[in-house]
Design a protein around this ligand. Structure first.
Ligand code: F6P
Length: 539
């Protein structure tokens, strides 16, 4: 396999990175090649520290690391998730009815549309009140129980699409095994009118299973006069690939919505995992979201690298990470409703590209996945932006700007957008001591007021936050993550790093009741276990 560091483009980029490339000067040059549009989104990368030489070398790097070949392999269903020998076909979830994805003579789109039809049918029934709780009352509360990819996508989408969510039903997303998470969701719930959607690809994830059992106990206790089988039948549905475990839990398979091992958890938000989203926004809006995803998929699949928004975004992320040594990216949505988007992206980016070995098992000797974090923009301005502007760490910033508000608060909306544009400008061009001096600032404060600028900024602008644009936005990041992983030669689709912690947690939990097991752990862990048991001996 290709080692990216061995490519001529990598060597060229290393040389190019040694030059001083001040954004202030770059921004004034004609760099229209850094302004791209794709369905639903325009991207301005002109605040990246990139000139024509860097741009061309990044395009070369894409070619020399065979990104487009890997992309084509993904779309054709080859098992590019090599450690799990699986295809990576979340794009097949988004193909319209008249198109087909066939892998080894099996038309996957048939199964995809069958599940979508069942989801439509079910969500229509819940939304119309035709699906009732066991006592015949309509559903007015949906609680999604799942974690990671089985929570973050639906939770993020339900908030992002707030203006499209039915007012008849309230939604809660329970992920944490901390009992307070479920407790809080149940506080506002009427057992007779609550529907639980248990979402777990494996149906073995401990947090989800414990929360699902606790939810079951809550509802059975609340309706003691009724048959428990009937209660579970009307109040629990499952989203999973594991029918055996779903049946064990007591959920009828007619109330299970399946998906496939070729859909990774963090890429699953429009599979059956999106059932709560569909109930929230309705199937027509869900279709619009699928369309947004698919249009970005097609843009990624067919555009040449230099006009390919996700591919270029991914290559720029590699440039910042490996050549400019920038470790973190702040995701800054200027939209209240995109409040959960940074959390969603954290799993997508870091579970995908937080890897230190390449596909062939050899250690990488370059940097891979950066750290993604963030908060809605204006709140961040009054909190961590000080460090972004004047701190000693350079943070790359992704601004996400929504041009049109769905409501009529146009004055607030224009102030919001003005703030985003102002911050993007100041972060990239800053202000010098001379400029401050000429502006009549007090001499003893000049040093404190200097803004070094030169922080790389991407500005994504979406017309309006709706299902279509949300689909495009998520697919944009998915394919950018893909591009980064392809350049680095890592497998972006497994997550072995999360397994050991789960196993150790289970061992520690056992040691609470069987103290002879405590000695199996390292000295610090033994100390913490004993300290915990001293404070809380009731285990
Ligand atoms: O532990 C990580 C992980 O496997 C994620 O990749 C996944 O999204 C999450 O756990 C939940 O898994 P499941 O859907 O199987 O419960």
């Amino acid at each position: 396999m290709t080692d990216p560091m061995e490519t001529p483009a990598w060597a060229e980029l290393t040389t190019l990175a040694k030059r001083d490339l001040p954004l202030k000067a770059l921004i004034e040059q004609d760099r229209t090649y850094l302004r791209l549009s794709a369905p639903g989104i325009s991207a301005d990368f002109s605040r990246q520290r990139v000139d024509t030489h860097v741009f061309q070398s990044l395009i070369e790097l894409i070619h020399q690391t065979h990104v487009t070949e890997l992309r084509d392999s993904m779309f054709s269903g080859e098992p590019i998730n090599s450690t799990e020998e699986r295809s990576v076909l979340h794009v097949a979830l988004r193909v319209p009815l008249n198109q087909h994805v066939t892998v080894k003579d099996v038309d996957l789109s048939v199964g995809v549309h069958l599940v979508l039809d069942r989801m439509r049918n079910f969500s229509d029934q819940v939304r119309s009140g035709q699906w009732t709780g066991v006592t015949g009352k309509s559903i007015n509360r949906v609680i999604n129980i799942g974690i990671g990819g089985s929570d973050l996508g639906p939770a993020m989408a339900c908030r992002a699409l707030h203006d499209f969510v039915t007012p008849e039903i309230s939604f809660a997303f329970v992920s944490n095994v901390d009992p307070n998470d479920l407790k809080e969701a149940l506080e506002d719930s009427d057992p007779e009118r609550t529907l639980f959607i248990i979402v777990s690809k494996t149906f073995t994830t401990e947090e989800t299973m414990l929360n699902a059992q606790a939810a079951k106990s809550w509802i059975l206790k609340a309706l003691p006069q009724l048959d428990s089988i009937d209660i579970v039948q009307q109040h629990f549905v499952a989203v999973s690939t594991n029918s055996l475990r779903v049946t064990d839990f007591g959920i009828n398979l007619t109330n299970m919505f399946g998906f496939w091992d070729w859909v990774g958890g963090r890429y699953s938000m429009v599979s059956a995992v999106g059932l709560s989203t569909m109930i929230a926004i309705g199937s027509a809006n869900f279709n619009d979201m699928l369309r947004g995803f698919h249009e970005m998929d097609e843009h990624f699949r067919t555009s040449p690298p230099h006009q390919n928004m996700p591919m270029l975004m991914g290559a720029l992320a590699v440039w910042n990470r490996d050549f400019l040594n920038i470790e973190t990216t702040a995701v800054l949505p200027y939209s209240h409703y995109l409040g959960r988007f940074p959390a969603y992206l954290q799993q997508l980016t870091m579970e995908s590209n937080g890897k230190r070995v390449r596909k062939d098992g050899s250690l990488v000797h370059y940097n891979t996945g950066g750290i993604y974090w963030g908060e809605p923009g204006t709140n961040g301005q009054h909190s961590f932006y000080q460090l972004l502007h004047q701190g000693t760490s350079i943070v790359a910033c992704d601004f996400i700007v929504v041009a049109r508000e769905n409501g009529d608060a146009t004055r607030q909306q224009s102030i919001l957008v003005a703030n985003a544009l102002a911050q993007a400008s100041v972060l990239s061009i800053g202000v010098t001591r001379q400029e401050l001096n000429a502006g009549g600032n007090a001499p003893d404060l000049l040093a404190h007021k200097v803004m070094p600028g030169n922080r790389p900024v991407s500005l994504l602008m979406i017309d309006k936050l709706d299902p279509h644009s949300l689909g495009s936005l998520v697919a944009l990041y998915e394919h950018s993550v893909f591009t980064q992983g392809a350049i680095w030669g890592i497998n972006s689709f497994d997550q072995w790093g999360v397994e050991l912690g789960k196993k150790v947690a289970s061992g520690i939990a056992h040691s609470f009741s069987d103290n002879s097991l405590i000695q199996d752990f390292d000295a610090s862990t033994q100390y913490s276990i004993k300290e915990y048991l001293r404070i809380n001996p009731q285990n």
